[in-house]
Write a protein that binds this ligand. Structure first.
Ligand code: GLN
Length: 490
């Protein structure tokens, strides 16, 4: 019999209304899957005990009796561990926050709960979201459910792995330079980074705040659209939040194109350095679009090669400032001060609390912001960011979307990329663009090559989430690449 979790969320919620006891069955099912696969996959840092989750179900059941309605009724949601959850430990995969229990909920979490969603756990990630493989977690690596010898991507690797392996119906990730899209691409799931300011960052532990957004990772477009509709929209608690109030994207789940779409492919992104399997999947996707009658044109954007360096300068600069608060006194892991000077205490706390990659970025970020280097690096990176933005505006004057690979390679083996920071940074070459420019981007499965899913990334102008959903849905319809099941789950 088809498991409950295999259904899309909207359908499941309908079933739950007519028969609330199904929620209990579904929760048991999810925990059974977790029991089977979690040892190997390691999606979660903190998993709530089944009893707590069942308690929540009972409370929900009572509320349903009194007429409660919610679009996520009883749905098991996994949340990346850099998004704060009241009463549930939130570590950012760092020793610095290993015992932190937040006293409040992030706005996105609050919205999920208001819709009847149940947060079942907090997912593994790269420490402070710095990385692309989840190998920078202070705790352990998350494995790819498609091939346990490979990474699930990062930094939202735990969220993507949980969704892919059915350890949750849907998850939230955060994306500063690709952290939703890369793991989505590697695990055969769909992930969207929304327009900057569309989703509240209140309660997202900051890494590089001018770049990052929270977004959904799902098994299919219908689930992703539902979650995006719920978490988007104005929040007075986030000063960068856009004044957007209509956030129902359902109508974009249409099999027919809602416009006469024109797609641009950036030549520089497919010319060199892209793995054979990725190119194969990408070309397959493009020819599927063409056979649907969509117009695809190659365009040139030479400036693109400056995207990655500009990103790493800006991200590290912001990180060095954001992470200054973890001094063991106001925030973070505590040690006794005794007779020691504050300098000694800070050094001890920060030496122990932060991992290698976080330290590297604090050092680089402090360097590019220091007198004498500020103009040479930081300001220059901001100028590149502005120029890139102009280039994207130019392209979007003529085309509706840009299609490029999500990542240049399939998921690497565990340990393969981690020792060489440059190799690791290069994985983000195509994802950082949307963050620098502030536009939305989605990764959807393009194809499966050699047994591994490979994503294609579609970018659109600011606030074009609806149309992105439409084109992604069209692709999902023609490719039938939805609800992909990794071999681990049978
Ligand atoms: N890999 C990129 C970085 O380490 C992106 C991470 C992210 O999006 N959080 O900065």
């Amino acid at each position: 019999m088809k498991k409950l979790i295999e259904n899309n969320i909207t359908y499941l919620v309908e079933q739950f209304y007519s028969n609330p006891s199904l929620i209990e069955e579904y929760i048991h099912e999810v925990y059974e899957v977790i029991g089977k696969v979690e040892d190997r996959v390691k999606s979660y840092i903190t998993l709530r005990p089944l009893e707590d989750v069942l308690d929540e179900f009972r409370k929900l059941r009572d509320r349903i009796k009194y007429g409660f309605k919610g679009r996520l009724l009883g749905i098991a949601v996994a949340v990346k561990d850099c998004i704060v959850t009241r009463g549930i430990r939130t570590t950012c995969a760092s020793r610095m926050l290993q015992d932190f229990i937040p006293p409040y909920n992030a706005t996105v979490v609050e919205r999920i709960i208001n819709e009847g969603g149940i947060i079942i756990g907090k997912t593994n990630m790269d420490e402070f979201a710095m990385g692309s493989t989840t190998e920078n977690s202070a705790f352990y690596v998350t494995r790819n459910p498609w091939d346990l010898s490979r990474v699930a991507g990062g930094s939202s690797g735990g969220s993507a792995a949980a969704v892919s392996s059915r350890e949750a119906s849907i998850a939230l990730g955060s994306d500063t330079g690709g952290s939703i899209r890369t793991p989505a691409s590697y695990t055969g799931t769909v992930g969207m980074k929304p327009t900057y300011g569309l989703v509240s960052r209140y309660g997202l532990i900051a890494y590089a705040n001018s770049l990052e957004q929270i977004g959904p990772i799902a098994r299919n477009l219908s689930d992703l659209t539902l979650m995006l509709s719920i978490i988007s929209g104005h929040d007075p608690k986030d000063s960068t939040s856009l004044k957007i109030y209509d956030t129902n994207y359902d109508r974009y789940l249409s099999k027919a194109p809602l416009k006469n779409y024109k797609i641009a492919v950036i030549k520089e992104c497919i010319e060199q350095g892209v793995d054979r399997a990725v190119m194969q999947a990408f070309n397959r996707a493009i020819s599927r679009f063409e056979s649907e009658g969509l117009e695809v044109t190659e365009v040139s954007m030479p400036l693109i090669k400056y995207g990655l360096p500009a990103y790493y300068i800006i991200a590290d600069a912001e990180a060095s400032s954001n992470l200054a608060r973890y001094d063991g006194i106001r925030y973070g892991y505590h040690v006794g001060v005794g007779e020691r000077s504050y300098d000694d205490v800070y050094s001890e706390v920060r030496s122990y609390g932060f991992g290698l990659e976080v330290k590297r970025r604090i050092l680089l970020g402090t360097f590019v912001l220091s007198a004498g280097y500020y103009d040479q690096y930081y300001l220059k990176a901001l100028k590149v960011r502005r120029l890139l933005r102009n280039e994207f505006v130019r392209i979007f004057n003529r085309y509706d979307f840009i299609a490029i690979p999500t990542t240049p390679t399939p998921p690497p083996k565990v340990g393969e990329a981690i020792d060489d920071p440059l190799k690791l940074y290069l994985m983000d070459i195509y994802t950082v663009l949307a963050n620098l420019v502030g536009i939305p981007a989605i990764s959807i499965p393009a194809d499966i090559v050699d047994g591994l899913p490979i994503g294609i990334q579609i970018l659109g102008p600011e606030l074009s989430e609806g149309y992105l959903i439409n084109i992604a849905y069209i692709y999902e319809e023609i490719s039938k690449l939805r609800d992909l099941t990794p071999p681990l789950v049978v």
